[in-house]
Design a binder for this molecule. Structure first.
Ligand SMILES: C[S@@+](CC[C@H](N)C(=O)[O-])C[C@H]1O[C@@H](n2cnc3c(N)ncnc32)[C@H](O)[C@@H]1O
Length: 279
């Protein structure tokens, strides 16, 4: 039997999450003291969620999930396939005293089995590209959604290029499947300490991931088409010429507030998009 690509991604994310967290010091203390990891874009998009139930899909180690609880006053649930990420998130919740429920599961398995519904479904910052079927994702979202879907995601146009010299490498639409033998990388170290949310640590250096990873390149039309086909109504869509918290290419120029844009001498490209849809 061929290995399940989501299962391979679980192993790759377990290894990468350890490396990522090794660079972030005092996380529980920062969160307990009222610090948070949210950008103004998702704060605005999420709006008033005080007392509402918010599920954060592919929440990784829960920093953003806990920030949605502490800063915005929502009742939060986070879902992720990575054992390492969910164990870390549960520890962070306990240590910081910010209540949250964290579920370790493949997203599609969870969609199939859960009976829960939520006021808001939130996802993004490198989530959809790890899913093998965008229509199955959208149908799952529609099943668990009572109110609004909020997505803020890296743009497929930014994903078209390799990190060396902006060479075109990957299709920007159609769910093209790419297997990265080098696995999920240590992009936290690559982004470095520019305005880091948590005090930056050198942590694990020269991380190499022993587990390969699978990505699927979903274009804007694939995502919006899937959301509409699942019966949701599109309320908002926009693109951004910068990337929050993620220096995708070393040549990217740092803007204030941990944002990164194209170098001055190259044309702007869309680096993120956001989408809001309603049931
Ligand atoms: C770049 S991280 C997302 C980060 C997140 N936006 C945050 O707030 O930190 C991508 C996450 O997707 C998770 N993931 C990948 N495939 C998944 C799947 N099939 N089901 C659930 N989670 C998955 C990974 O374990 C990883 O934590």
């Amino acid at each position: 039997m061929l290995p399940d690509p989501h299962e391979e991604n679980r192993r790759s994310w377990n290894a990468a999450t350890k490396a990522h967290n090794s660079h972030k010091r005092d996380q529980a203390q920062v969160l307990a003291a009222g610090g948070h990891t949210l950008f103004s874009e998702e704060i605005t998009l999420l709006g008033d969620v005080r007392g509402k139930s918010v599920v954060h899909l592919q929440c990784n180690a829960g920093q953003d999930t806990l920030s949605i609880a502490s800063l915005l006053g929502a009742q939060v649930t986070g879902i992720d396939i990575s054992d390492e990420a969910i164990a870390f998130a549960r520890g962070l919740s306990a240590e910081s005293g910010i209540p949250a429920e964290f579920v370790r599961s493949d997203l599609f398995d969870w969609f199939d089995h859960t009976q829960a519904t939520f006021d808001v479904v939130y996802t993004g910052y490198g989530a959809l590209n790890w899913l093998s079927d965008i229509n199955r994702w959208a149908r799952g979202v529609a099943k668990i959604l009572r109110g609004r879907l909020v997505v803020i995601e890296f743009h497929p146009v930014m994903g078209m290029f390799t990190d060396e010299g902006f060479q075109l490498e990957v299709d920007a639409l159609g769910g093209t499947h790419t297997i990265w033998d080098e696995g999920v990388g240590d992009y936290v170290a690559a982004t470095g300490d520019v305005d880091a949310h948590f005090p930056y640590e050198p942590g694990m250096t020269d991380f190499t991931n022993p587990h390969r990873a699978h990505e699927w390149m979903w274009g804007i039309g694939d995502v919006i088409g899937a959301v509409l086909a699942a019966g949701l109504t599109l309320r908002h869509f926009t693109e951004y010429p910068y990337s929050n918290g993620f220096r995708r290419f070393p040549q990217m120029r740092a803007l204030p507030g941990r944002r990164f844009a194209m170098p001055e001498d190259l044309p702007a490209i869309p680096m993120m998009y956001s989408l809001v849809a309603e049931r």
